[in-house]
Design a protein around this ligand. Structure first.
Ligand code: ZN
Length: 66
């Protein structure tokens, strides 16, 4: 049971992710993001949009509509 490294610390954050990506929910697939979007809408009445983040290449949710 050796060799496991716990990377759950702040020093793992990359400088390339500058706008708080690590603080947002991120999903591997649009389906997962859409599911979370629906849940947030039901629980909080939040109007969110799923988008593929160009920085971390994960699906995230935003409240910003252009
Ligand atoms: Zn991101």
């Amino acid at each position: 049971m050796t060799g496991l490294v716990n990377k759950n610390n702040d020093s793992f954050a990359s400088d390339d992710v500058s706008e708080g990506c690590q603080d947002k929910l991120a999903f591997d697939s649009k389906k997962q993001a859409d599911t979370a979007k629906v849940v947030a809408g039901l629980q909080h009445g939040a109007k969110l949009k799923a988008y593929l983040c160009k920085k971390c290449q994960l699906w995230q949710l935003t409240t910003n509509y252009d």
